[in-house]
Ligand binder design. Sequence first.
Ligand code: MG
Length: 366
Amino acid sequence: MSVDSGLAPYAMHDADSAGRRHSEPTHAYRSPYQRDRDRIVHSSAFRRLAHKTQVFTGDMGDYHRSRLTHTLEVASIARTVGRALRLNEDLIEALALVHDIGHPPFGHAGEDVLDERLRREGGFNHNQQALRIVERLEVRYPEFPGLNLSHEVLSGQRSRAVKEPAATPLLEVQVVDAADSIAYDAHDADDAVELGLIELRELDESPLWRTATAGARRRYAGLAGKMLRRAVVHELIDLLVSDLLRSTQSALAAAAPGSAAEACRLGRPLVQLSPEVARQKRRLESLLFEQVYRHPVVVAERDYAAGALGELFDRCARQPQTVPEEFSTILAEEGAPRAAADYVSSLTDRTALEEHSRLAAPASRR
Ligand code: MG
């Protein structure tokens, strides 16, 4: 049964997949990438994303995004873009759902602590950790370790894990990267206003935000407060996605790659915003960086969480018997620091804090 109908020539076609490390018979009614998606969704690392910080910790309320809802927003935007470009939507969905699966508790604060603690062991990186999880740490099948995902999902994730990928990634991978960044700009601005970290009028310093606000006001005259903000966020996503599609469609028309492999051989990404909108988007990001990610409330949350996570890691690395049995192979093969990092990074925010107060010296809260 062909599930490739309607795909563009430059899309990754199911039939051209390089397959899986441990070969498996094809499924009766699911494409290879649908199976990958299902394996990711059913993994315990994926479920734990529900209780992991995206930017703002759970202590800060229940409006803002968790790592899981961020992931779902990325998948939603990426699939929209992928369908409009006639790319492989199943592959895109799998790539989006797996992209942040390696995040430790407490977002980048948690990542920085583990990276510093593991300096001698080669560091800790959430993109690399996602590969460890799906290739090794998740054990769901008796025949093989990990989820045995398709080559295309693994190499897509691998391209995120290295600074300079050896080859240009598939267009589907490029779409997920673009969608990730559209999603977090829009939802971080939304969350930050809801949390009172920044005012709507402060966001007006960003030309992109101003354009989106003007669009929202044209659509709904007289809107204010929360409803205006929501309309602006919708408008912002629509504006960025529309620009991404326009700019990518013209790049695709000019390069006219005849296959997915040919699109990679071009050696440059084709899924890109127009230069002007990209510039404006960077401006919004620096505003968010200055006003939100460095806000004293956010920094205090981050410092507390990082301190607790570091102490928990130290205790686990020093006394590896405190690391659960399921990490014993890692402990034997790669040593206590790596086993401790695999364990600590797998925890949700809440469990990390509970384990910290159980195992490590109780830190006074602020
Ligand atoms: Mg992300």
